[in-house]
Design a protein around this ligand. Structure first.
Ligand code: LCS
Length: 396
Protein backbone atom coordinates (compact mmCIF):
# COMPACT_ATOMS: atom_id res chain seq x y z
CA UNK A 1 0.00 0.00 0.00
CA UNK A 2 1.37 3.39 -1.02
CA UNK A 3 2.16 5.73 1.86
CA UNK A 4 0.80 8.69 -0.12
CA UNK A 5 -2.80 7.49 -0.12
CA UNK A 6 -5.27 9.82 1.57
CA UNK A 7 -6.21 9.37 5.22
CA UNK A 8 -9.64 7.92 4.37
CA UNK A 9 -7.95 5.24 2.26
CA UNK A 10 -5.22 4.44 4.75
CA UNK A 11 -7.71 3.75 7.58
CA UNK A 12 -9.10 0.90 5.46
CA UNK A 13 -6.06 -0.57 3.71
CA UNK A 14 -2.70 0.21 5.32
CA UNK A 15 -1.00 -2.74 7.01
CA UNK A 16 -3.10 -5.42 5.34
CA UNK A 17 -2.65 -7.28 2.07
CA UNK A 18 -5.39 -9.87 1.41
CA UNK A 19 -3.13 -11.61 -1.16
CA UNK A 20 -1.02 -12.85 1.73
CA UNK A 21 -4.03 -14.26 3.59
CA UNK A 22 -5.93 -16.51 1.14
CA UNK A 23 -7.82 -13.50 -0.21
CA UNK A 24 -9.63 -12.94 3.07
CA UNK A 25 -11.15 -9.45 2.84
CA UNK A 26 -11.23 -9.06 6.61
CA UNK A 27 -7.89 -9.55 8.34
CA UNK A 28 -7.52 -12.91 10.10
CA UNK A 29 -7.23 -13.02 13.89
CA UNK A 30 -4.01 -14.87 14.64
CA UNK A 31 -5.30 -16.09 17.98
CA UNK A 32 -2.17 -17.87 19.06
CA UNK A 33 0.19 -17.50 21.97
CA UNK A 34 3.24 -18.92 20.23
CA UNK A 35 4.71 -19.67 16.78
CA UNK A 36 6.22 -22.96 15.62
CA UNK A 37 9.83 -22.93 14.44
CA UNK A 38 10.70 -25.38 11.64
CA UNK A 39 13.94 -26.23 13.45
CA UNK A 40 16.08 -25.25 16.45
CA UNK A 41 18.42 -23.11 14.35
CA UNK A 42 15.49 -20.95 13.19
CA UNK A 43 14.52 -20.46 16.82
CA UNK A 44 18.06 -19.42 17.64
CA UNK A 45 18.21 -16.99 14.73
CA UNK A 46 14.87 -15.39 15.56
CA UNK A 47 15.83 -14.87 19.18
CA UNK A 48 19.14 -13.38 18.04
CA UNK A 49 17.24 -10.98 15.77
CA UNK A 50 19.04 -12.39 12.73
CA UNK A 51 15.90 -13.68 11.02
CA UNK A 52 12.49 -12.08 10.50
CA UNK A 53 9.57 -14.02 11.92
CA UNK A 54 7.32 -14.42 14.91
CA UNK A 55 8.33 -16.06 18.17
CA UNK A 56 5.69 -15.55 20.86
CA UNK A 57 2.70 -13.19 20.93
CA UNK A 58 4.03 -10.97 23.70
CA UNK A 59 6.92 -10.18 21.34
CA UNK A 60 4.76 -9.69 18.24
CA UNK A 61 1.68 -11.05 16.51
CA UNK A 62 0.60 -10.67 12.85
CA UNK A 63 -2.87 -9.22 13.58
CA UNK A 64 -1.43 -6.79 16.10
CA UNK A 65 1.30 -5.83 13.62
CA UNK A 66 -1.30 -4.90 10.99
CA UNK A 67 -2.79 -2.43 13.46
CA UNK A 68 0.64 -1.08 14.43
CA UNK A 69 1.45 -0.37 10.79
CA UNK A 70 -1.92 1.27 10.21
CA UNK A 71 -1.78 3.64 13.19
CA UNK A 72 1.84 4.56 12.32
CA UNK A 73 0.76 5.57 8.81
CA UNK A 74 -2.20 7.57 10.14
CA UNK A 75 -0.07 9.53 12.62
CA UNK A 76 2.75 9.99 10.10
CA UNK A 77 5.29 8.06 12.22
CA UNK A 78 7.70 5.29 11.33
CA UNK A 79 6.39 2.57 13.64
CA UNK A 80 3.53 1.81 16.01
CA UNK A 81 3.29 -0.31 19.13
CA UNK A 82 0.12 -1.78 20.63
CA UNK A 83 -0.73 -2.18 24.32
CA UNK A 84 -3.46 -3.73 26.43
CA UNK A 85 -4.76 -0.34 27.57
CA UNK A 86 -4.08 3.36 27.18
CA UNK A 87 -2.46 3.31 30.62
CA UNK A 88 -0.20 0.40 29.63
CA UNK A 89 0.93 2.61 26.73
CA UNK A 90 1.42 5.72 28.91
CA UNK A 91 3.33 3.79 31.58
CA UNK A 92 5.50 1.94 29.03
CA UNK A 93 6.51 5.27 27.48
CA UNK A 94 7.11 7.20 30.70
CA UNK A 95 8.94 4.38 32.46
CA UNK A 96 10.82 3.55 29.24
CA UNK A 97 12.12 7.08 28.75
CA UNK A 98 13.14 7.90 32.30
CA UNK A 99 15.35 6.67 35.11
CA UNK A 100 15.75 7.59 38.79
CA UNK A 101 16.47 11.32 39.36
CA UNK A 102 14.97 12.30 35.98
CA UNK A 103 12.22 14.89 35.68
CA UNK A 104 9.00 15.05 33.65
CA UNK A 105 7.23 18.27 32.76
CA UNK A 106 3.52 17.71 32.38
CA UNK A 107 0.57 19.81 31.28
CA UNK A 108 -1.49 20.99 34.24
CA UNK A 109 -4.36 18.65 33.67
CA UNK A 110 -4.12 15.07 32.51
CA UNK A 111 -6.31 12.00 32.77
CA UNK A 112 -6.62 10.95 36.45
CA UNK A 113 -4.67 7.68 36.10
CA UNK A 114 -1.82 9.43 34.27
CA UNK A 115 -1.70 11.75 37.27
CA UNK A 116 -1.67 8.65 39.52
CA UNK A 117 1.19 7.11 37.50
CA UNK A 118 3.27 10.29 37.82
CA UNK A 119 2.74 10.24 41.60
CA UNK A 120 3.76 6.58 41.75
CA UNK A 121 6.91 7.21 39.68
CA UNK A 122 7.80 10.03 42.05
CA UNK A 123 7.18 8.02 45.23
CA UNK A 124 8.67 4.70 44.14
CA UNK A 125 11.31 5.55 41.54
CA UNK A 126 12.21 9.18 42.38
CA UNK A 127 11.24 10.37 38.90
CA UNK A 128 9.94 13.82 39.74
CA UNK A 129 7.45 15.92 37.78
CA UNK A 130 5.93 19.37 37.63
CA UNK A 131 2.41 20.06 36.43
CA UNK A 132 2.48 23.42 34.68
CA UNK A 133 0.35 25.78 32.67
CA UNK A 134 1.74 25.35 29.15
CA UNK A 135 0.13 28.42 27.65
CA UNK A 136 3.17 30.59 28.43
CA UNK A 137 6.53 29.71 26.85
CA UNK A 138 8.47 31.49 29.61
CA UNK A 139 6.76 29.32 32.27
CA UNK A 140 7.83 26.22 30.36
CA UNK A 141 11.42 27.50 30.04
CA UNK A 142 11.51 28.30 33.78
CA UNK A 143 10.51 24.78 34.73
CA UNK A 144 12.95 22.92 32.48
CA UNK A 145 15.70 21.36 34.57
CA UNK A 146 18.97 19.74 33.43
CA UNK A 147 17.38 16.35 34.20
CA UNK A 148 14.08 17.01 32.35
CA UNK A 149 13.74 14.11 29.91
CA UNK A 150 10.11 14.29 28.86
CA UNK A 151 7.40 16.86 28.29
CA UNK A 152 4.05 15.11 28.51
CA UNK A 153 1.01 16.83 27.06
CA UNK A 154 -2.66 16.15 26.68
CA UNK A 155 -4.45 18.44 24.27
CA UNK A 156 -7.36 18.91 24.60
CA UNK A 157 -6.81 18.28 28.29
CA UNK A 158 -9.20 15.80 29.88
CA UNK A 159 -11.71 17.11 31.04
CA UNK A 160 -11.25 20.90 30.92
CA UNK A 161 -10.65 20.98 27.14
CA UNK A 162 -7.73 23.39 27.63
CA UNK A 163 -5.43 23.28 24.58
CA UNK A 164 -1.64 23.30 24.40
CA UNK A 165 0.17 24.80 21.41
CA UNK A 166 2.15 21.76 20.24
CA UNK A 167 4.39 23.63 17.81
CA UNK A 168 5.38 26.15 20.46
CA UNK A 169 6.19 23.47 23.04
CA UNK A 170 8.08 21.26 20.59
CA UNK A 171 10.28 24.19 19.54
CA UNK A 172 11.24 24.85 23.18
CA UNK A 173 11.80 21.13 23.80
CA UNK A 174 14.05 20.81 20.72
CA UNK A 175 16.34 23.53 22.09
CA UNK A 176 16.77 21.48 25.28
CA UNK A 177 16.85 18.03 23.63
CA UNK A 178 13.69 16.91 25.48
CA UNK A 179 11.27 14.32 24.10
CA UNK A 180 7.70 15.60 23.67
CA UNK A 181 5.01 12.98 24.26
CA UNK A 182 1.43 13.82 23.28
CA UNK A 183 -1.65 11.94 24.39
CA UNK A 184 -3.75 12.35 21.24
CA UNK A 185 -6.75 10.37 22.52
CA UNK A 186 -9.32 13.19 22.29
CA UNK A 187 -8.44 14.15 18.72
CA UNK A 188 -7.26 11.01 16.91
CA UNK A 189 -4.95 11.51 13.91
CA UNK A 190 -7.98 12.50 11.84
CA UNK A 191 -8.07 15.85 13.67
CA UNK A 192 -4.55 16.41 14.99
CA UNK A 193 -1.14 14.94 14.11
CA UNK A 194 1.44 15.93 16.75
CA UNK A 195 4.40 14.31 14.96
CA UNK A 196 3.89 16.72 12.05
CA UNK A 197 4.13 19.59 14.57
CA UNK A 198 7.55 18.53 15.86
CA UNK A 199 6.58 16.22 18.74
CA UNK A 200 8.31 12.83 19.03
CA UNK A 201 5.80 10.37 20.48
CA UNK A 202 2.03 10.02 20.20
CA UNK A 203 -0.06 7.93 22.59
CA UNK A 204 -3.68 6.83 22.31
CA UNK A 205 -6.17 5.28 24.58
CA UNK A 206 -7.50 3.28 21.61
CA UNK A 207 -10.40 2.38 23.90
CA UNK A 208 -11.98 5.63 22.75
CA UNK A 209 -12.44 6.93 19.18
CA UNK A 210 -10.00 4.48 17.53
CA UNK A 211 -12.17 1.55 18.60
CA UNK A 212 -15.26 3.70 18.59
CA UNK A 213 -17.76 1.12 19.77
CA UNK A 214 -17.16 0.83 23.51
CA UNK A 215 -16.13 -2.81 23.33
CA UNK A 216 -12.36 -2.84 23.76
CA UNK A 217 -9.75 -1.45 26.15
CA UNK A 218 -6.46 -0.81 24.34
CA UNK A 219 -3.54 1.57 23.83
CA UNK A 220 -1.26 2.61 20.98
CA UNK A 221 2.06 4.42 20.65
CA UNK A 222 3.61 5.87 17.48
CA UNK A 223 7.12 7.25 17.05
CA UNK A 224 10.35 6.81 15.07
CA UNK A 225 11.73 3.27 14.61
CA UNK A 226 14.50 3.67 17.16
CA UNK A 227 12.14 4.74 19.95
CA UNK A 228 9.56 2.07 19.16
CA UNK A 229 12.23 -0.66 18.97
CA UNK A 230 13.54 0.47 22.34
CA UNK A 231 10.09 0.39 23.97
CA UNK A 232 9.28 -2.96 22.33
CA UNK A 233 12.47 -4.49 23.71
CA UNK A 234 12.15 -3.03 27.21
CA UNK A 235 8.95 -1.82 28.87
CA UNK A 236 6.61 -3.61 26.47
CA UNK A 237 8.41 -6.95 26.45
CA UNK A 238 9.37 -7.05 30.11
CA UNK A 239 6.36 -5.40 31.76
CA UNK A 240 4.20 -7.13 29.20
CA UNK A 241 1.08 -4.99 28.86
CA UNK A 242 0.39 -6.22 25.34
CA UNK A 243 -2.74 -6.12 23.20
CA UNK A 244 -4.61 -9.33 22.36
CA UNK A 245 -4.99 -10.30 18.67
CA UNK A 246 -8.77 -10.07 18.89
CA UNK A 247 -8.62 -6.56 20.33
CA UNK A 248 -6.30 -5.58 17.46
CA UNK A 249 -8.88 -6.99 15.06
CA UNK A 250 -11.65 -4.94 16.68
CA UNK A 251 -9.51 -1.82 16.35
CA UNK A 252 -8.65 -2.53 12.69
CA UNK A 253 -12.40 -2.74 12.10
CA UNK A 254 -13.12 0.39 14.11
CA UNK A 255 -10.47 2.41 12.31
CA UNK A 256 -12.10 1.83 8.91
CA UNK A 257 -14.94 4.19 9.86
CA UNK A 258 -12.89 6.66 11.92
CA UNK A 259 -13.18 9.64 9.52
CA UNK A 260 -16.91 9.08 9.00
CA UNK A 261 -17.55 8.75 12.72
CA UNK A 262 -15.35 11.70 13.68
CA UNK A 263 -17.14 13.99 11.23
CA UNK A 264 -20.47 13.05 12.80
CA UNK A 265 -19.11 13.41 16.37
CA UNK A 266 -17.79 16.87 15.47
CA UNK A 267 -21.02 17.99 13.77
CA UNK A 268 -23.12 16.81 16.70
CA UNK A 269 -20.81 18.36 19.30
CA UNK A 270 -20.82 21.72 17.54
CA UNK A 271 -24.63 21.73 17.53
CA UNK A 272 -24.86 20.72 21.22
CA UNK A 273 -22.20 23.24 22.32
CA UNK A 274 -24.13 26.08 20.69
CA UNK A 275 -27.39 24.97 22.29
CA UNK A 276 -25.73 24.65 25.72
CA UNK A 277 -24.24 28.14 25.44
CA UNK A 278 -27.66 29.66 24.99
CA UNK A 279 -29.27 27.86 27.92
CA UNK A 280 -29.82 29.95 31.08
CA UNK A 281 -28.86 27.11 33.48
CA UNK A 282 -25.40 26.78 31.93
CA UNK A 283 -22.54 28.78 33.37
CA UNK A 284 -19.69 28.10 30.89
CA UNK A 285 -19.12 25.82 27.92
CA UNK A 286 -15.65 24.52 27.04
CA UNK A 287 -15.48 23.43 23.41
CA UNK A 288 -12.57 24.01 20.99
CA UNK A 289 -14.98 24.81 18.16
CA UNK A 290 -16.49 27.78 19.98
CA UNK A 291 -14.88 30.98 18.66
CA UNK A 292 -15.29 32.55 22.11
CA UNK A 293 -13.43 29.67 23.79
CA UNK A 294 -10.14 30.94 25.29
CA UNK A 295 -8.00 28.45 23.33
CA UNK A 296 -9.87 28.78 20.04
CA UNK A 297 -6.78 30.32 18.32
CA UNK A 298 -4.75 27.20 19.19
CA UNK A 299 -7.57 24.98 17.90
CA UNK A 300 -7.52 26.74 14.53
CA UNK A 301 -3.73 26.24 14.33
CA UNK A 302 -3.47 22.54 15.05
CA UNK A 303 -6.88 20.87 14.91
CA UNK A 304 -8.65 20.29 11.59
CA UNK A 305 -11.99 19.88 13.42
CA UNK A 306 -13.21 20.48 16.99
CA UNK A 307 -13.80 16.96 18.31
CA UNK A 308 -16.69 15.27 20.06
CA UNK A 309 -16.10 16.24 23.68
CA UNK A 310 -17.68 19.15 25.47
CA UNK A 311 -17.31 20.12 29.11
CA UNK A 312 -19.56 22.63 30.80
CA UNK A 313 -20.27 24.09 34.20
CA UNK A 314 -23.81 24.46 35.39
CA UNK A 315 -25.18 27.22 37.58
CA UNK A 316 -25.26 25.03 40.65
CA UNK A 317 -23.23 22.77 42.91
CA UNK A 318 -22.17 19.14 42.97
CA UNK A 319 -25.67 17.94 43.90
CA UNK A 320 -27.21 19.90 41.02
CA UNK A 321 -24.63 18.38 38.62
CA UNK A 322 -25.51 14.91 39.85
CA UNK A 323 -29.21 15.64 39.57
CA UNK A 324 -28.71 16.80 35.98
CA UNK A 325 -26.87 13.59 35.16
CA UNK A 326 -29.51 11.46 36.92
CA UNK A 327 -32.30 13.16 34.97
CA UNK A 328 -31.06 12.02 31.54
CA UNK A 329 -32.80 9.18 29.71
CA UNK A 330 -31.07 8.66 26.36
CA UNK A 331 -27.61 9.74 27.48
CA UNK A 332 -25.74 7.13 29.51
CA UNK A 333 -23.93 7.83 32.76
CA UNK A 334 -20.54 6.33 32.08
CA UNK A 335 -16.86 7.18 31.95
CA UNK A 336 -14.90 6.50 28.75
CA UNK A 337 -15.61 8.50 25.62
CA UNK A 338 -15.64 8.33 21.85
CA UNK A 339 -18.39 5.74 21.59
CA UNK A 340 -21.50 5.72 19.40
CA UNK A 341 -23.57 6.36 22.53
CA UNK A 342 -23.53 9.81 24.12
CA UNK A 343 -21.90 9.47 27.55
CA UNK A 344 -21.89 11.85 30.49
CA UNK A 345 -19.72 11.85 33.60
CA UNK A 346 -18.82 14.00 36.59
CA UNK A 347 -14.98 14.39 36.56
CA UNK A 348 -14.57 15.58 40.16
CA UNK A 349 -16.12 12.37 41.53
CA UNK A 350 -15.32 9.98 38.69
CA UNK A 351 -12.37 10.18 36.23
CA UNK A 352 -10.42 12.70 38.32
CA UNK A 353 -11.53 11.67 41.84
CA UNK A 354 -7.99 10.35 42.45
CA UNK A 355 -6.58 13.90 42.03
CA UNK A 356 -6.50 15.77 45.39
CA UNK A 357 -9.15 18.52 45.56
CA UNK A 358 -6.57 21.33 45.73
CA UNK A 359 -4.85 20.14 42.51
CA UNK A 360 -8.22 19.52 40.89
CA UNK A 361 -9.02 23.15 41.56
CA UNK A 362 -5.77 24.28 39.90
CA UNK A 363 -6.65 22.09 36.93
CA UNK A 364 -10.07 23.75 36.67
CA UNK A 365 -12.05 20.66 37.68
CA UNK A 366 -14.78 22.15 39.81
CA UNK A 367 -17.71 20.29 41.37
CA UNK A 368 -20.14 21.81 38.86
CA UNK A 369 -18.13 20.65 35.82
CA UNK A 370 -19.74 17.98 33.67
CA UNK A 371 -18.14 16.19 30.69
CA UNK A 372 -20.16 15.07 27.71
CA UNK A 373 -18.88 12.68 25.03
CA UNK A 374 -21.25 13.47 22.20
CA UNK A 375 -22.22 10.29 20.36
CA UNK A 376 -23.52 9.47 16.92
CA UNK A 377 -27.25 9.65 17.63
CA UNK A 378 -29.42 12.32 15.96
CA UNK A 379 -28.21 15.62 17.41
CA UNK A 380 -31.81 16.76 18.00
CA UNK A 381 -32.48 13.71 20.21
CA UNK A 382 -29.34 14.35 22.24
CA UNK A 383 -30.36 17.97 22.80
CA UNK A 384 -33.95 17.09 23.74
CA UNK A 385 -32.59 14.83 26.47
CA UNK A 386 -30.17 17.45 27.83
CA UNK A 387 -32.80 20.18 27.68
CA UNK A 388 -35.37 18.24 29.68
CA UNK A 389 -32.71 17.40 32.31
CA UNK A 390 -31.74 21.08 32.53
CA UNK A 391 -35.42 21.87 33.17
CA UNK A 392 -35.35 19.50 36.17
CA UNK A 393 -32.40 21.26 37.79
CA UNK A 394 -33.83 24.74 37.28
CA UNK A 395 -35.59 24.41 40.62
CA UNK A 396 -32.72 22.82 42.61
N1 LCS B 1 -5.38 9.10 28.11
C1 LCS B 1 -6.55 9.77 28.12
C2 LCS B 1 -6.61 11.15 27.57
C3 LCS B 1 -7.70 9.15 28.61
O1 LCS B 1 -8.84 9.84 28.59
C4 LCS B 1 -7.60 7.83 29.13
C5 LCS B 1 -8.78 7.13 29.68
C6 LCS B 1 -6.36 7.19 29.12
C7 LCS B 1 -5.28 7.85 28.59
C8 LCS B 1 -6.20 5.79 29.63
O2 LCS B 1 -6.69 4.89 28.71
P1 LCS B 1 -7.27 3.43 29.07
O3 LCS B 1 -6.22 2.74 29.85
O4 LCS B 1 -8.50 3.63 29.86
O5 LCS B 1 -7.49 2.82 27.73
N2 LCS B 1 -9.84 7.99 29.92
C9 LCS B 1 -10.97 7.69 30.48
C10 LCS B 1 -11.97 8.64 30.70
O6 LCS B 1 -11.91 9.85 30.49
N3 LCS B 1 -13.02 8.04 31.19
O7 LCS B 1 -12.79 6.71 31.41
C11 LCS B 1 -11.46 6.38 30.95
Amino acid sequence: MQRDNKFETKVIHTGYNSDQHHGSLAPPVYQTSTFVFPDAETGEQRFAGEQEGYIYSRLGNPTVKMLEERIAALEGGEKGLAFGSGMAAVSAVLIGLTRTEDHILCSQGVYGCTFGLLQMMKDKFRVDHDLIDMSDSSVIEQHIQPNTKVIFIETPINPTMTLVDLEMVSQIAARHNITVVVDNTFCTPYIQRPLELGCQIVIHSATKYIGGHGDVVAGLVVSDSETIDLLAATTQKDIGGIMSPFDAWLLLRGLKTLPVRMDRHCDNAMFISKALKEHPSIDQVFYPGDDEFADYPIATKQMSRSGGLISFTIKGDKEASQKLINSLHLIKIAVSLGDAETLIQHPATMTHAVVPKEIRKQMGITDNLVRLSVGLEAKEDIWVDIKQALEVIKYV
